[in-house]
Design a protein around this ligand. Sequence first.
Ligand SMILES: Cc1cc2nc3c(=O)[nH]c(=O)nc-3n(C[C@H](O)[C@H](O)[C@H](O)COP(=O)(O)O)c2cc1C
Length: 176
Amino acid sequence: MSNVLVVLSSVRKGRAADNIFDLVKKDLDARDGVHIVVADLKEINLPFFAHELTPASPDYIPTDPAVIEWGKLVTDADAIVWLTPEYNHSLNAVQKNAIDSLKNEWIDKPITIVGYGWSGGSLSIAALDHILPWLKADYKHNPAELAFMKDINPDGTIIDEASVTAQIKATIDEIA
Ligand SMILES: Cc1cc2nc3c(=O)[nH]c(=O)nc-3n(C[C@H](O)[C@H](O)[C@H](O)COP(=O)(O)O)c2cc1C
């Protein structure tokens, strides 16, 4: 049994992330031996990173319960499916803060990406292209890029089922 952590990184009311999650869950549910764990950053509600030490420091010991919970979810995951919306041609601040709040937890962690937005989240993915290798994650660069008005509606519901299913399958195959 492998624990696959699915990260929802939007905290907006009415977010498309919930419908994108359903598409990812459908793929994962069809695979043998997968236990889905959800990290909903809206529920975890991490504080903005403000520790006096960098998480890379051996003396960095988080005390905030939300940071501890987040670190445990990442540590315990065998692989991660990261849902990434694009805000202003990059990651939203919630994603970057969640990444910045940890350090060694990312090393060798298999991570694959499902982007969504007007250009499939391509510029959010481009930011992760820099960040995840720097953190020495086992970054699988074969993202799903779900484009509004082509693959999915702006609320995350499906338009082109064949395209969406194939893209999500291909990116999750990377961590299977
Ligand atoms: C502050 C903000 C900036 C945005 N900037 C972009 C953008 O640069 N590119 C894009 O494709 N979509 C952009 N969008 C649209 C989002 O992709 C869209 O709202 C999407 O549904 C966000 O995911 P969520 O609903 O799960 O939060 C932006 C949305 C917000 C709220």
